[in-house]
Design a protein around this ligand. Structure first.
Ligand code: GDD
Ligand code: MN
Length: 369
């Protein structure tokens, strides 16, 4: 009895993501790609939220500067929340040496988190911008036409938001990270081809400004400002897509890798918990995607935990079948994709527990190199 229950839960736990992954992969082929005009280069406000980014800000500005996009159509807004490491000074210095791109600095008197800082920026950006791109100071765009490609999707009026495909970037502990990306990129792109994806990336998130304003700005009560905003846009009936020709990467922390992943998982869990109430009013094509992702993030890790607990209990009670299933589950850890998957479930479970104590809306950064 116990064995049967445990097996059923384990089959569901592993079977559903496999099914979803193969569905996403199938979608890639059919790719109902948004129609677009590659010559569409509107004026764009590129917003960089910063808190103590002195070590990154120059490289970040160079990265934007070297994009293949008309420089006189880009205005960079750095919204800084009282950094104490000279971030603003470095940015001003860089701007004084690069007069052919406009850089504006918006300063907040105190640090209140990324979401609030983005809203401060949104209220400051002048009326001449219909498109807003948000990008983290410690993340980079991997192709010179990233910005151009991202914005070109907006030539299709049905597209409300665009994000990038993540490639695991240099340094640090990338073993688990790269395995995690293979699975996730296929899922993100498949969802985007089918309709929209509920997971966006802080490395590059582009929005139609009018929609941001309709939403009243970015959420400040949860951590995933990017993913939740994209989801709200998709619920409104616009497409929120990860584009197959926009690549970005973020160096992985050298130390405290799990701490970093757990914090980000906490934000995703907050986002999906808040998204449950959106299901009834989602367009049908999106409801399936959102429901699947809610299941994958909130329920699926728990199924695994219960299944293991049941097996352990019945093994303890003397079931040879349970004991061998546990042994098999452990032996499979030698197989990398499986190990990556299990680590991810662990990160999600730890994140759920941590969320009960601390939402991490204002966080301290892990050291990178
Ligand atoms: N202005 C301002 N104020 N900027 C901030 C603040 C703040 O209080 N806190 C963080 N930032 C800036 C950082 O300087 C960086 O440019 C960006 O926000 C992201 O912060 P990181 O510390 O690099 O966070 P992360 O990389 O772990 O998390 C990112 O990805 C998550 C998952 O997509 C963030 O974008 C999260 O919001 C997101 O949930
Ligand atoms: Mn970061």
């Amino acid at each position: 009895m116990l064995e049967e229950a445990a097996l059923t839960l384990a089959l569901l736990h592993f079977g559903f993501p496999l099914y979803y992954y193969s569905w996403a992969k199938g979608m890639l082929g059919k790719s109902v790609r948004a129609g677009r005009d590659p010559g569409f280069t509107p004026r764009v406000a590129v917003v960089i939220p910063t808190y103590n980014e002195a070590g990154n800000i120059e490289r970040k500005l160079e990265d934007i500067y070297s994009q293949d996009y008309p420089r006189d159509r880009i205005t960079v807004y750095i919204v800084d929340s009282a950094s104490s490491d000279g971030t603003v000074g470095k940015a001003l210095d860089w701007a004084s040496r690069h007069k052919d791109i406009e850089v504006r600095i918006v300063e907040e008197g105190e640090r209140r988190g990324k979401g609030r800082a983005l809203n401060t920026a949104l209220n400051t950006i002048d009326g001449g911008f219909d498109f807003i791109v948000v990008t983290d100071a410690d993340a980079f765009w991997a192709n010179r036409d990233a910005l151009r490609n991202a914005l070109s999707y907006f030539s299709d009026e049905s597209v409300g938001a665009v994000s990038c495909v993540k490639t695991p970037g240099g340094g640090g502990f990338t073993g688990v990270e790269s395995g995690y990306r293979d699975f996730y990129n296929v899922v993100r792109l498949g969802e985007s081809s089918a309709y929209s994806t509920p997971v966006f990336h802080g490395e590059l998130s582009a929005y139609r400004r009018r929609l941001l304003e309709d939403l009243g700005g970015f959420p400040t009560d949860i951590g995933s400002d990017d993913s939740h905003t994209a989801t709200l846009i998709a619920v409104k009936g616009y497409r929120a897509i990860v584009a197959p020709d926009v690549y970005c990467y973020e160096p992985v922390p050298r130390r405290k890798y799990f701490h970093w992943r757990v914090r980000r998982a906490q934000h995703l869990i907050q986002h999906f918990a808040k998204s449950i109430r959106l299901l009834p009013r989602s367009p049908k094509a999106f409801r399936k995607i959102l429901a699947a992702e809610i299941f994958l993030h909130l329920a699926n890790p728990i199924l695994l935990l219960i299944s293991i607990a049941l097996l352990a209990y019945s093994a303890y009670k003397g079931s040879p079948l349970s004991l061998s299933l546990l042994a098999l589950g452990t032996a499979l850890l030698a197989y990398k994709p499986y190990r990556t998957w299990i680590v991810m479930q662990l990160i999600l479970l730890v994140a759920m527990v941590k969320n009960a104590f601390r939402k991490e809306l204002v966080w301290s950064k892990e050291e990178k190199e």
